[in-house]
Write a protein that binds this ligand. Structure first.
Ligand code: FES
Length: 170
């Protein structure tokens, strides 16, 4: 019985070695690139989180008050701190309403009683846009939809706000 010796030629040995090392190096480069491309997509978004805006519920009255707070925004690989604003008050049913100040016409900033001509309304100075106290747009003024309303919750007596959501066409 003759044992057949398995011989590996120098050429085969070099082929195996170079293929193995090349594959290893390619994987070493591809894995971080894939991770970089996919990682932001897999990270949980902070967009849906509600944040304590520093306003005690007992301090919310029927008079709209401006509330400013900051959120950490992650946009892909870019992290930044973004300022947010809401007009907060209690409506006639004693429910808390937190309205976005962004005008639904072209995006200027509205103010409560921003015009002496229109008391008890939100007013947009850009094109004289007007909204009733509940945020619905006054007919025959430029805005065509009510002010967005923030998602909200109350925890330990403090107001938490999240995303501003459209309320549909008026
Ligand atoms: S942007 Fe507000 S009325 Fe035009």
């Amino acid at each position: 019985m003759s044992e057949k010796k398995q011989q590996v030629s120098r050429r085969q040995f070099l082929n195996y070695t170079l293929t193995g090392v090349g594959g290893f190096m390619a994987a070493g480069m591809l894995v971080p690139m894939l991770r970089m491309a996919v990682d932001p997509v897999l990270k949980p978004s902070a967009a849906g989180d509600l944040q304590n805006v520093g306003l005690a519920v007992e301090d919310i009255t029927t008079e709209p008050q401006r509330v400013d707070w900051k959120i950490d925004q992650v946009d892909g690989w870019y992290e930044s701190e973004v300022g947010k604003t809401a007009w907060v008050f209690r409506n006639e049913n004693d429910e808390i309403l937190a309205l976005s100040p962004i005008c639904k016409h072209l995006g200027c900033v509205v103010s409560w009683e921003g015009s002496e001509e229109y008391p008890n309304e939100f007013f947009c100075p850009c094109h004289d846009g007007r909204y009733y106290k509940d945020g619905t747009n006054v007919p025959n003024t430029p805005p065509l939809a009510p002010l967005d309303e923030y998602e909200q919750k109350v925890e330990n007596g403090m107001l938490y706000l999240g995303m501003a959501k459209p309320r549909g066409e008026a």
